[in-house]
Design a protein around this ligand. Sequence first.
Ligand code: CDP
Length: 203
Amino acid sequence: MSFAVAIDGPAASGKGTIARAVAAHFGFLHLDTGLLYRAVGRQMLDGVPAIKAAETLTPDRLNDPSLRTAEVAQAASKAAAIPAVRAALVDFQRAFARRDGGAVLDGRDIGTVICPDAEAKLFVIASPEVRARRRCAELRGKGDEVTEAQVLEDLRVRDERDMNRPDAPLKAAKDAVTLDTTDMSIEDAVQQAIALINQLRAR
Ligand code: CDP
């Protein structure tokens, strides 16, 4: 039996943490789809054309720790605006979503394009300032010397590009439940997500 959970939202809204915790709770597999675009962006920075990078992407590339930098995030967002890049990554994501045993995918277009028939859809948001604070702490924890102002600007540019691209823009699916984590602890956000999924599973 498959059960797909789609979790979308802007950068550093908490969707990745919620997706991981939900997957662990229900015993589902988790795919951070941002890593696919980051892996393409990484190769683009190394001089490989984005479409070729997407068409030849292999899962082993997703484990590269250098994918988490702000530079790669910007390259990912540029690559993600190219329709042929997105098209090359669709089949892998759809197959993952419908694997036996349940799957959680987080990204920007999971509930709208990749898995419009997902059994559960969440749209996770938070204020830009809170998101910048969280991402700044995360990057500093990894030894990156960044300021909150730099991170805020990085998020602003990416949100703008991700929301305004013609192909699969970042937006909530009509049937998604919005979770605003601005004033919520991550534990509370995870509990709310689990409660919602339990309700949907009981139907
Ligand atoms: O972790 P963060 O939310 O900062 O970013 P990410 O989820 O790793 O995604 C990096 C970039 O990939 C985003 O800014 C989007 O442009 C793109 N992306 C996308 O277009 N569609 C997805 N399903 C996931 C990511």
